[in-house]
Design a binder for this molecule. Structure first.
Ligand SMILES: CCCCCCCCCCCCCCCCCCCCCCCC(=O)SCCNC(=O)CCNC(=O)[C@H](O)C(C)(C)COP(=O)(O)OP(=O)(O)OC[C@H]1O[C@@H](n2cnc3c(N)ncnc32)[C@H](O)[C@@H]1OP(=O)(O)O
Ligand SMILES: Cc1cc2nc3c(=O)[nH]c(=O)nc-3n(C[C@H](O)[C@H](O)[C@H](O)COP(=O)(O)OP(=O)(O)OC[C@H]3O[C@@H](n4cnc5c(N)ncnc54)[C@H](O)[C@@H]3O)c2cc1C
Length: 670
């Protein structure tokens, strides 16, 4: 059968595009070879028997239990296919922030029950086990001979890791640890895949030896029999129930009743317990938190990808949707022609690029620091932690706001499950909370900023990402320049100004008699604001530098568009933060009016390329899963086709009519 035709609106939009869409796709994939590899993986996966979702009932109509079973079945077939491909590649390469493995969304719309296995169980083994442990566990984990997750959060404690209650008490007589859940609040709660998928997990517990508590440490723990999958004696495990999203992630709870595991189950790359119970300290106790830093780094490119999916849906829909009649007698225009609609959409497209390039820069910094840590040099760990915290926090929160804006831009149809925007919304919203909650992570960055400010005022040497503070110690109003570099300087001045203000408040509260912790709490709104400003300055500075670099390497037509997106991001935020700029730079009302005018010009310049820009994300229909965003733009046909799949439409009259509605109506007639 011939493929249905692409709708006229999208054909016209594609003809308007001023740059080579494939060139941008290649740039996003890190080169033409990256695109080729991704296409290869996508074809491999989506052409595999049992993986295509084409003729299946949409997941949303399945019961909670069926949906989980469906996701497990698909994840298993998918793994087999990806294994063959990944076997040819270096293990860590599989974890690089590329779009190759996002093909999973073409198989299960929501989160895979294996996400934590690949996302945290394997990385923790890789980063925290000693060579002998790695040789034993890694091959089993990579081949799915064992199925794992990362069990850290408890019912009563998620953020405050030092407050975790699960205990691992060393017994030198048997050379075992005794894992125990002393209270209801000590139950592990949340880990993905823990409920009915995993048979092993990394358990983070308070280590006790010779009556001394040495704080939280990771342990490799078997929780289910590998043959029968029954929970092992002493283990209580189950599912936590339906959530706002993440329906197929299989989040679980876990408790231990004096459950014994061998001494060598403690991951011993950093700290160790010797046979007699002697504790050998890690070079840095925060290395235990290493997997979280790794995931926080990945989340930045992850949310950039989710934004690109939501953008593709909303922009294509806006090109197809016609509404209202601003000029009497004229046809209804595409909603994409409304400047307010462009304002909703284009910042989201630009933000996806900003987060992707900043995320890649962060990944490179992470790789560098971790290589140094491997050589025993921990000097850059605090800066990496501060950077990963604020970027994870701000990018996840901004991305969620942008996805919601994309949903609103699709009007009523954006509320349909078949648009896929609700599932994307759930996936992105979760990132604000998991792997460190927004405010908590912002306050971690604030700790670093407060120390950095002190160093700056003392005239001491500064680490790279905070060296800008020095420029503002004695002069906090920067001279305004109406160009991208000037905007970046403005954001650096805001960050320095807010850091200074927060530090002064902190000191003021202390001077008023408060102890440091209470003073910190009192100043914490300002401290979070300072972190946000610092992060925004980094996003502006790094993305403008990276997009300019990429523009210089691209064809002139694409280079121009990359710079337009970089500039749009800068101006959007300059306008959002105009009050701060008035405080911390010499910007005037007239400058702000010029910025507003330039913003409107940029929207106009990007308008002809809107569809080309989202086509360049190159997200196949099977991965997009959206009635509103498909490549051919057959929005109304797809909405009707999907509506007809509702089980309620299988019969003209539902039994509830006879059971309830008719009796109700009959009563009214009496
Ligand atoms: C072969 C086949 C293969 C085929 C397939 C291939 C496919 C491959 C696909 C691969 C895809 C990979 C995809 C990956 C995607 C991953 C998705 C994963 C999804 C995850 C889901 C969610 C998981 C979770 O949520 S896990 C739980 C997370 N929990 C948290 O984040 C808790 C947050 N709390 C904390 O981090 C801490 O408690 C904290 C930091 C708030 C406070 O800690 P603490 O109280 O101990 O410290 P403080 O006293 O406040 O500070 C002390 C001091 O330490 C510094 N510090 C703190 N943390 C760190 C750190 N991490 N690193 C360095 N330093 C740290 C802190 O700054 C302080 O320093 P000072 O100098 O004293 O100021
Ligand atoms: C979808 C999803 C998947 C997850 N997967 C996993 C997993 O696989 N493994 C795992 O171990 N965990 C997992 N988690 C748990 C997750 O990591 C925690 O929920 C997260 O770290 C937040 O901790 P919390 O729930 O204790 O929040 P809380 O810390 O209780 O936060 C509640 C509120 O208190 C505020 N607050 C807390 N402490 C402070 C402070 N010091 N200063 C100021 N404000 C504060 C927060 O800002 C927030 O507003 C998952 C969570 C979700 C939602």
């Amino acid at each position: 059968m011939a493929e249905p035709k692409v709708c006229e609106d999208l054909l016209r939009e594609r003809r308007k595009c001023t740059f080579d869409v494939t060139e941008l796709t290649n740039l996003i994939d890190g080169g033409a070879q990256g695109t080729e590899e991704r296409h290869y993986v996508e074809n491999l996966v989506l052409n595999t028997e049992g993986l295509s979702t084409k003729n299946e009932v949409p997941e949303e109509y399945l019961s909670h239990k069926e949906r989980y079973e469906y996701a497990v079945k698909k994840a298993c077939i998918l793994y087999e296919v990806l294994k063959e491909y990944a076997a040819k590649h270096n293990t860590m390469d599989a974890f690089k922030p590329t779009n190759k493995y996002r093909v999973t969304f073409g198989v299960v719309k929501d989160i895979s029950p294996f996400m934590l296995h690949m996302g945290m169980f394997v990385p923790t083994i890789l980063n925290q086990s000693d060579p002998e442990q790695m040789a034993e566990w890694l091959p089993q984990a990579m081949s799915m001979g064992i199925l794992g997750t990362y069990a850290q959060t408890e019912l009563g404690h998620g953020t405050f890791l030092r407050g975790l209650e699960t205990t691992a008490t060393y017994d030198p007589a048997t050379e075992e640890f005794v894992l125990h859940t002393p209270t209801l609040t000590a139950y592990k709660w949340w880990p993905g895949g823990l409920a009915h998928t995993a048979n092993h997990c990394i358990v983070v517990a308070q280590l006790y030896s010779k009556g001394v508590c040495y704080g939280v440490h990771p342990f490799f723990v078997q929780i289910r029999d590998t043959e029968t999958h029954m929970p092992l004696p002493g283990v209580k495990v189950g599912e936590i129930g339906p959530k706002m999203g993440f329906q197929t992630a299989n989040n679980g709870f876990l408790g231990f009743d004096h459950y014994r595991i061998p001494r060598r189950s403690m991951l011993m790359k950093n700290a160790q317990i010797l046979k007699d119970g002697t504790y050998v300290k890690s070079k840095n106790d925060k290395l235990t938190y290493g997997t979280m830093v790794f995931v926080r780094v990945l989340i930045v490119t992850d949310v950039a990808y989710e934004l690109s999916r939501a953008a593709t849906i909303a922009v294509r829909y806006s090109a197809v949707r016609h509404q209202s009649q601003p000029k009497p007698g004229q046809p209804e225009p595409q909603i994409l022609d409304y400047v307010t609609q462009q304002h909703k959409l284009f910042i989201g497209v630009a933000t996806s690029h900003v987060f992707r390039v900043t995320g890649c820069w962060l990944w490179d910094s992470y790789s560098q620091v971790i290589a140094d840590v491997g050589k025993g040099n921990m000097d850059q760990l605090p800066e990496l932690h501060a950077l990963a915290c604020c970027l994870k926090a701000v990018c996840s929160r901004d991305a969620t706001a942008r996805v919601e804006e994309f949903r609103l831009a699709c009007g009523g149809h954006g509320f349909m499950a078949s648009s896929n925007l609700p599932i994307i919304n759930g996936i992105v919203a979760a990132t604000i909370t998991y792997e460190g909650e927004y405010t908590v992570l912002m306050l971690q960055t604030a700790r670093f900023l407060v120390k950095a400010w002190k160093q700056a005022t003392l005239g001491n040497a500064m680490t790279p990402t905070v060296s800008y503070l020095v420029r503002f110690v004695n002069n906090d109003r920067v001279r305004w320049e109406n160009r991208p570099e000037g905007i970046v300087s403005g954001f650096l001045a805001i960050a320095a100004g807010k850091t200074k203000a927060a530090c002064e408040s902190l000191q003021e509260y202390e001077r008023s008699g408060m102890d440091y912790e209470d003073a910190w709490n009192s100043a914490s709104v300002q401290l979070v604001n300072a972190s946000e400003a610092h992060c925004r300055a980094i996003l502006c500075e790094v993305s403008w530098r990276e997009l300019s670099r990429l523009a210089a390497q691209s064809s002139p037509s694409l280079g121009k568009v990359l710079l337009q997106m970089g500039e749009l991001y800068l101006i959007y935020w300059a306008l959002e933060k105009r009050g701060d700029l008035l405080l911390y730079s010499t910007i005037t009302g007239a400058d702000i009016a010029k910025l507003q005018a330039r913003y409107e010009v940029l929207l106009g310049l990007l308008r002809p390329n809107a569809v080309g820009l989202v086509d360049a994300f190159d997200i196949r229909d099977e991965i997009l899963n959206s009635t509103l965003g498909a490549y051919d733009g057959r929005v109304y046909e797809r909405l009707m086709e999907e509506a007809l799949k509702s089980p309620l439409n299988a019969e003209p009259v539902n039994q509830s009519f006879h059971k309830y509605l008719k009796p109700l109506m009959m009563k009214a007639k009496l």
